[in-house]
Write a protein that binds this ligand. Structure first.
Ligand code: 4AZ
Length: 228
């Protein structure tokens, strides 16, 4: 997260860290039920279930809370690693986790919020695109403003037609998600609105953060939640 501030897991209790067995954080995710985590497909491509751990209920990615193994994973078969269309996947945890002050399931948005709506993105990703050596240990949060995909693909911004209808953008001067935040939550009205997906760099002028649009991908998430 670029331009954010330290926060606590109690303020964002749906946030999880996806880690390797070594303890290195590689992506974020969101807890949506007692045993399901939503993340980005691009976080899961080429990854073995047995190589992943999920840390829940901790402000710091490297200690505390619960560290849980993964039983199975799936990502959208319409995911396109060239265009990043449909960048959504699911992890089924090996154990069921109860809700608490620091662990809470987040509902999926049914509609994409309109352009201008504030939303909060959180994660343990890098705080600066060029000169940051290590990830912040403490969870970071920043408010960005929703830009609908058509506006994001218009001449107002720099991406053009590479922004697709399964995507939604978030923009605010000098504030953005960044490398290591991928898969993590964009939240408005206490609902999961987006999944951190991509961008050209981080916090660049007229270069919004791009998120998988949860409302657009909701039916895939619900169908696959049943089968995992
Ligand atoms: C990344 O590389 C990444 N500014 C994530 C988010 C954004 C850019 C890059 C959005 O994981």
């Amino acid at each position: 997260i670029v331009g954010g501030e330290d926060t606590t897991i109690e303020a964002h209790p749906y946030q999880v860290s996806l880690q390797k067995k070594s303890g290195s954080h590689f992506c974020g995710g969101s807890l949506i039920s007692h045993n399901l985590v939503v993340t980005a497909a691009h976080c899961l491509q080429g990854i073995k279930v047995s190589s992943i751990r999920v840390r829940l209920g901790s402000t710091r990615y490297n200690e505390g809370g619960l560290l849980v193994t993964v039983e199975s994973l799936v990502y959208n078969d319409q995911y396109n690693s060239q265009t990043l269309a449909n960048d959504v996947g699911l992890l089924k945890l090996a154990e069921s986790v109860a809700e608490s002050e620091s662990i809470r399931y987040i509902p999926l948005a049914e509609v994409t919020p309109p352009t201008g709506k504030p939303a909060v993105v959180t994660g343990w990703g890098t705080k600066c695109y060029f000169w940051c050596m290590s990830l912040p240990k403490t969870l970071q949060a920043v408010v960005v403003y929703i830009v609908d995909w058509k506006t994001c693909a218009s001449d107002e911004y720099k991406y053009g037609e590479i922004v697709l209808d399964t995507m939604v953008c978030g923009y605010e001067k000098d504030k953005d998600a960044c490398q290591g935040d991928s898969g993590g939550p964009l939240v408005a009205n206490n609902q999961l609105v987006g999944i951190v997906s991509w961008g050209y760099g981080c916090a660049g002028k007229l270069l919004p953060g791009v998120y998988a649009d949860v409302a657009a991908l909701r039916s895939w998430i619900e169908e696959n939640a049943k089968t995992l």
